[in-house]
Design a protein. Structure first.
Length: 368
């Protein structure tokens, strides 16, 4: 099966599709699973699918999440099986996640007689949009699931190394838009208007004090203002200024704190300049946080399978895997895929030799 999985991996790598457009990907996964006699659940979403393996013995319902979408990046790996979809690339290793999930479903299906309980392999669309997991949660798929595992390619570690850690491993991803409203006027007569630009600049500066003055210094968190927009010419004071950016936090209470302080600071700083500010807070996925019991089990199984386990690097990036963890305990494992360019970069590569050991590990993890 190992050779077959590598062939499939190359096919998926060559045929990347963006979030919500994973039609060919879904069709190919379905074809492979059905040919191997694996049950595929009826499913309401247009892309993505669920494989299910019912063990002969009684036991819990477990799930494995494999995300399947690619990114709008022009590939520069030089691989013989590089993307044939111009401007799209599997630059986050989701092609590897797909075949790991397929391998796992196929092997567990062969071992049905000894399998206790049920395993669902969730081939999830649109992780890169941060909302694919929510789409899955709108279906009935997770209703009976009691715990869930997820993996992610990790180009900062060699093959044979797994990063596993208890607690928060990646950040909550929230977005904000602040609109500062002043009163437009001639650039030569600022006294006749209310300039929103200095008010917006003051807000940008003051927001960082949430990180330095309000946050517990032992809690990782950050604010990035990534867009400032005001005016469209040199001699007119604009009516409004807009700030946009992202807040990343690891703790639930910090998320609430940042949203509250951001509103207080933006509104009162704007008022100090005679302007008004409105804050739109757009919540994304919460922090990914690993369950203690599942972490212990994942480490034990990893060692039994010959992996080295290192503490998982925490990241201020996010993963919508956390939406599942709002329902059931979860564990998100980083799989060393060979050191090289980081994820979301045009030269990112997964060493194919990681596929087979990962499949065997996941089968052991899910088969109990
Ligand atoms: Ni990813």
């Amino acid at each position: 099966m190992e050779k077959q999985l590598i062939e499939w991996f190359e096919w998926f790598h060559k045929n990347p599709e963006l979030s919500y457009e994973e039609y060919k990907t879904t069709a190919r996964i379905r074809e492979i699973l059905i040919q191997a006699g694996v049950e595929v659940l009826p499913f309401e979403l247009e892309t993505g699918l669920i494989a299910v393996i019912h063990g002969k013995r009684k036991g819990a319902v477990r799930a494995l999440r494999c995300d399947i979408d690619a990114l709008p990046i022009i590939e520069e790996t030089g691989l013989s099986y590089a993307s044939c979809h111009n401007g799209k690339m599997h630059a986050c290793g989701h092609d590897f996640h797909i075949v790991a999930g397929i391998g796992c479903a196929l092997l567990l299906n062969q071992k049905k007689d000894e399998l206790a309980g049920t395993v669902k392999v969730i081939f999830q669309p649109a992780e890169e949009s941060s909302l694919g997991a929510l789409k899955i949660l709108e279906t009935s798929v997770m209703k009976d699931v009691e715990r869930i595992w997820g993996i992610h390619a990790d180009p900062t570690n060699e093959i044979g190394v797994l990063g596993i850690r208890e607690g928060s491993v990646s950040a909550a991803v929230d977005r904000f838009v602040i609109t500062v409203k002043g009163k437009g006027c001639h650039g030569a007569h600022p006294d006749e208007g209310i300039d929103p630009v200095p008010a917006a600049a003051a807000i940008v500066q003051a927001l960082q004090t949430i990180v330095t003055r309000n946050r517990n210094a032992f809690h990782p968190a950050l604010i990035s203002v990534t867009r400032m927009e005001a005016g469209n010419t040199w001699n007119v004071i604009p009516e409004t200024a807009v700030l946009e950016g992202t807040v990343r936090t690891m703790d639930r209470e910090d998320r609430i704190l940042f949203e509250r302080r951001m509103k207080e600071i933006a509104e009162s700083a704007a008022r100090a300049y005679g302007a008004e500010a409105g804050v739109k807070w757009i919540p994304g996925p919460p922090a990914v946080s690993n369950d203690t019991f599942m972490v212990e089990k994942s480490i034990q199984t990893a060692k039994a399978c010959g992996f080295d386990v290192v503490p998982e690097e925490t990241s201020m990036g996010g993963d919508d895997f956390s939406f599942y963890e709002e329902k059931v305990p979860g564990c998100y494992i980083k799989v060393g895929t060979g050191r090289g360019q980081l994820i979301h970069q045009p030269g990112f590569k997964v060493d194919e030799r990681v596929i087979w050991p990962t499949v065997k590990y996941l089968v052991n993890l899910l088969n109990d």
